[in-house]
Design a protein around this ligand. Structure first.
Ligand code: PHE
Length: 454
């Protein structure tokens, strides 16, 4: 079933850094602290950790296993297990979801580049961050230009290939990300409000903790671990047979979760408590405003936005790689042509999102639903960033259990591992019952409440 000439990761560490790079992104550094703030601080953190282990990890294993066993991306992998069946639409869903997420993620990723340069060139005036943000997001040309810059960077890395582009870049950037984060944590701890921020972050309370908190934690785990759209499946398809999936998958999950937790150790000490603003405002307005009055704030802001940009880039390349590898494998395109095609398509699909933050009245407010107004970017986030990931993840589990068979998945996951049989007996019920049930809950919530998870 495997394609012998397929490009492979150079080393286990290279794979781990690339997969962790995909997982670690805006989802960890921006979304996690904000959702934690909204959902009860410390109690949410505990719940999140449980869900990552019980639901995220088993699905991560299934994606990696199916990818490595077939040596293909989502479309090819499904075709090699169930040729000529309707399941192929699950593969196409994955490719489309990757483009869909990248199209709006690229807009926000572009902000990190703008903010990095702005910190470098002029810095921020205290009290002005709200205005700066407002005039930036409502400028259609700036939104398109910075999204385009980010899409160009992403495409460039994917053109350079799995080993020469993705692995090399991740091997350099992930340690830089770690160093930047550690530096920022140390700095954040010296701030006057650090202790009250940490108390909110770490001491479980019941405030904000509701029935739906559970759903938010699940959705966050999915998005953060890059599950449900074939990114991990595709990265798994470049894994050598000698690698140990049981160990590598666990390290990636721990790494991703550790970075999310570390982001909280930066954001909450800076804020000194629960975040007052929701959504993008948290990082781009509140934090920027705070940096502008702190000693050395300009350098700190540069480090902070460099960190966000790096995290975003190693995620966007995995989003682009899924569709590019589809064109390479299934349509025999050359890698540069495939990457450029997907990059160009995604850039065009991203334009309406870029214009939906105030530049275009129509795109910024397409309609009202579930008690709020929806712009183009909100709709894409809901459809691709929330719903489609959950549906894709659910169908993937069903596909593996029903078509591919759990036994094949287990052979792949446990190959090269010395783990005792008990690991299998713990993992099995999680894969068969817990993970699908949990994901079904998310799908129900999204469809019946019309709320998003962010
Ligand atoms: N995991 C990435 C993040 O946390 C986002 C992502 C989702 C990347 C799905 C790939 C696939 O930012």
């Amino acid at each position: 079933m495997s394609a012998p000439q397929r490009e492979k990761w150079n080393s286990s560490l290279g794979f781990i850094l690339a997969a962790a790079g995909s997982a670690i992104g805006l989802g960890n550094i921006w979304r996690f602290p904000y959702i934690t703030g909204k959902n009860g601080g410390g109690s949410f953190v505990l719940l999140y950790l449980g869900i990552v282990l019980l639901v995220g990890l088993p699905i991560m294993y299934l994606e990696l296993a199916l990818g490595r066993s077939t040596g293909k991306g989502p479309v090819g992998a499904i075709a090699s297990v169930a040729p000529k069946s309707l399941w192929k639409f699950l593969g196409y869903l994955a490719v489309i979801t990757g483009i869909g997420i990248l199209s709006f993620y690229g807009v926000v990723a572009g902000w990190t580049v703008y903010y990095f340069f702005k910190s470098f060139i002029s810095g921020f005036t205290p009290g002005q961050s709200g205005n700066v943000f407002g005039s930036f997001v409502t400028s259609g040309s700036k939104q398109i230009i910075f999204m385009g810059i980010f899409m160009g960077l992403t495409t460039g890395v994917v053109v350079m290939g799995v080993k020469g582009g993705i692995e090399k870049l991740s091997t350099v950037l992930m340690p830089v990300l770690l160093v930047l984060m550690l530096g920022l944590i140390i700095y954040a701890m010296t701030l006057p409000k650090a202790m009250s921020g940490l108390k909110f972050y770490l001491v479980p309370t019941s405030a904000g903790f509701t029935k739906t908190t559970f759903i938010y934690a699940l959705g966050q785990a999915f998005f953060s671990l890059s599950l449900g759209m074939g990114a991990m499946l595709t990265y798994g398809s470049y894994l050598q047979k000698k690698e140990n999936i049981l160990r590598a998958g666990l390290i990636v999950v721990i790494f991703d979760t550790a970075i999310a937790l570390m982001a909280g150790f930066i954001i909450f000490p800076v804020l000194g408590g629960a975040p007052a603003a929701a959504g993008p405002g948290l990082v781009f307005v509140v934090i920027t405003d705070l940096f502008s009055v702190l000693p050395g704030g300009r350098i700190i802001a540069m480090a902070f936005f460099a960190m966000l940009a790096i995290a975003a880039l190693t995620s966007t390349i995995s989003l682009l790689e899924v569709a590019a590898s589809y064109l390479i494998d299934e349509h025999k395109m050359k890698r540069p042509a495939a990457a450029l095609t997907v990059g160009a398509i995604t850039f065009c699909v991203g334009i309406p999102s870029a214009l939906s933050l105030g530049a275009s009245k129509f795109l910024s407010n397409i309609g009202s639903f579930a008690g709020r107004s929806w712009g183009f970017l909100d709709i894409f986030d809901y459809v691709f960033g929330n719903l489609s990931l959950a549906i894709g993840g659910m169908l993937l589990v069903v596909f593996v259990l029903w078509k591919w068979k759990l036994q094949h998945a287990e052979e792949e996951i446990f190959a090269n591992s010395k783990a005792g049989p008990w690991v299998k007996y713990v993992l099995r019920p999680l894969t068969i019952f817990v993970a699908p049930a949990a994901v079904a809950l998310v799908i129900g919530f999204l469809l019946f409440t019309g709320k998003t998870l962010s």
